[in-house]
Design a protein around this ligand. Structure first.
Ligand code: F6P
Length: 575
């Protein structure tokens, strides 16, 4: 076994080579035949936890591959990494920070101190402050400048400061309180802010500026435009007062929120040991607590903490995040399938694929090992998907008959979130049928038989059969929740978070930084004034042409005027 933090390349280990050989062998074996060979397969390759059944039997593995994948986890030093993660070691080494999002939900074994401060104490204190604000809002005691009750909250934030809260609020639609509506604006494309504000009354609107760094250009631009909208509605009120009464800040840089003019008592903090894409459990979850009530937010945290405990304590062979991570590595790195699909059969989970795209791809879409050298293997997968039923009528054709193999996660709930008769059986029957169809496919003989039964001529049967054959052998997991509740949702999201961490450990990459998103941000901030000034110096031919065309069509008139209220934006800060 490698020392947990050693930098020797795992891809040179004996177990790695064994898995490469097995991948080549498994490709010669039909997935459906594995079922015939192993009568206990469904039971052996599934795991029942308090909130869900994880059925991973429709994967292209056998017992010996599974055992070797577990050995790979040992080889990667996962046991030590898991201990270091939960004990607050600075495992986000390129930023020199611990990674402690489990602390936000009571998921640590014991309290920790970071910088001499009790993590649990700091978290609880901030949760209490959030609770007070939520209660004020729901009691109707939070008012705007004119004395009108706040009835609409607009979250201005992007990436981790948007996706988690909106995904959770959509998922918990059955638990939403009706009295305060929560809206989201993440895009700097002014269309989104314009659309959201069009339906709102400035006097009863509160903006939450959600930004870990409080420098993200898109969010700060939206915040300034939000303020201008308030000013247009109440020109007699000084801007400072509007900010004080109509803005809340959620950030790990409270000083910057205060430079913007937000009151300290309306600034809610979190810490640099919380990654942006792991922050929905922190004050960033404020929109969830507002939309669904503080108790439901707490239940979401509790559900995630249960998953933390499971991940921390369960042996790897019965550990859901570890199993799912090993399967992902198996497909992406050993079988050579670069993409994985997330397919919720639950309308309430319609944003989960987008959420997991950031969580997974911003974490593991990397090509430098912890030793600082280029990987010689595939790392994290391309994650995509949408609700299953809509997908069936859009891209499932590709899943079934393209030559590519896209392993999929099917996610559904036994108990529906509505009481309409007949719908849920159709939905779940489709989910079960799709994973079955992807696994088994349909061979030429069966197709011919079916066409013959329909009375087609032998010539027609011969002509049509090749088009109707489904190769099969497309693997999937099924996560069948008992019911989508705040607790089970917390557990589901934490399951994926830990899965992503385990993948990173095995692939020997750092999962908690995101240097890859900085380059484009930096260039955009340099190009922005050039667009306005028509400065075409030092650009490549294509960019020059794009700027020229933009200026020609646009009449070369753009405004770069910056409003006075605000903080300096940076292109390089890490969230
Ligand atoms: O997209 C890059 C990123 O840094 C994400 O990691 C982060 O969630 C997002 O930008 C928003 O950052 P912030 O919360 O600092 O505005």
């Amino acid at each position: 076994m490698q020392d947990a933090h050693s930098h020797s390349a795992i891809s040179h280990s004996a177990i790695w080579r064994a898995l490469q050989t097995q991948a080549a062998e498994l490709k010669q074996r039909e997935l459906k035949d594995l079922f015939a060979e192993e009568p206990q397969r469904a039971r052996d390759f599934s795991l029942e936890l308090p909130h869900f059944l994880l059925d991973y039997s429709k994967n292209h593995i056998d017992q010996s591959v599974f055992v070797n994948l577990l050995r790979l986890a040992d080889e990667a030093g996962l046991e030590q990494w898991r201990r270091d993660f939960f004990s607050g070691k600075p495992i986000n080494a390129t930023e020199g920070r611990p990674v402690l999002h489990p602390a936000l939900r009571g998921g640590l074994e014991a309290d920790l101190e970071v910088g001499g401060v009790s993590v649990t104490g700091a978290v609880e204190a901030e949760l209490q402050r959030l609770k007070e604000l939520v209660v004020l809002l729901h009691n109707g005691h939070l008012t705007g400048c004119s004395g009108k009750r706040i009835t609409d909250v607009v979250n201005l934030g992007v990436g981790g400061s948007h996706l988690g809260p909106q995904t959770a609020i959509e998922a918990l639609r059955a638990h939403r309180k009706g009295d305060v509506a929560v809206h989201f604006v993440s895009n700097v494309d002014g269309t989104q802010l314009t659309d959201v504000l069009a339906g709102l009354d400035a006097e009863s609107t509160l903006f939450i500026v959600s930004s870990k760094t409080f420098t993200t250009s898109e969010t700060m631009t939206n915040a300034r435009s939000g303020l201008k909208w308030l000013q247009r509605a109440a020109p007699e009120v000084p801007a400072e007062t509007l900010v004080q009464r109509h803005f809340v800040g959620v950030t790990a840089s409270p000083d910057k929120a205060q430079q913007f003019g937000i009151l300290p008592e309306r600034t809610y903090s979190f810490w640099d040991w919380v990654g942006g894409r792991y922050s929905l459990w922190s004050s960033i979850g404020l929109p969830i607590a507002i939309a669904c009530g503080f108790d439901n937010f707490r239940a979401l945290l509790d559900g995630a903490a249960e998953m933390d405990r499971h991940f921390r304590e369960a042996p790897f062979a019965q550990n859901a995040p570890v199993i799912m991570a090993l399967l992902s590595v198996w497909y992406c790195t050993f079988m050579g399938y670069p993409a994985q699909a997330v397919l919720p059969y639950d309308q309430a989970l319609h944003m989960l694929p987008a959420y997991l795209q950031q969580a997974d791809m911003e974490s593991n879409g990397k090509s430098t090992t912890r030793a600082g050298v280029e990987v010689d293997y595939a790392t994290g997968p391309l994650i995509w998907g949408q609700t299953g039923i809509n997908g069936q009528h859009a891209f499932y054709q590709y899943l079934h008959q393209s030559p590519e193999v896209v392993p999929a996660d099917f996610i559904g709930s036994v108990i529906p979130g509505h009481d309409l008769e007949g719908h849920h059986e159709i939905l779940l029957a489709n989910m079960f049928a799709q994973s079955q169809a992807l696994m088994n496919g349909v061979d030429a003989e069966s197709v011919s038989r079916e066409l013959a039964a329909k009375g087609l001529s032998p010539k027609e049967i011969k002509r049509l059969t090749p088009f109707k054959v489904h190769r099969g052998g497309k693997p999937s997991n099924t996560i069948l929740l008992k019911e989508l509740t705040p607790r089970s949702l917390g557990g589901l999201i934490a399951l994926y978070e830990h899965k992503i961490f385990v993948q990173g450990v095995i692939l020997q990459i750092y999962s908690f930084d995101q240097w890859g998103v900085e380059l484009g941000k930096g260039l955009a901030s340099k190009l922005e004034p050039k667009l306005a000034a028509g400065d075409l110096s030092a650009e490549d031919g294509s960019t020059t042409q794009l700027i020229e065309y933009y200026r020609r069509i646009n009449g070369a008139v753009t405004s770069t005027e910056l409003p006075e209220v605000g903080v300096a934006e940076s292109a390089g800060e890490q969230a």
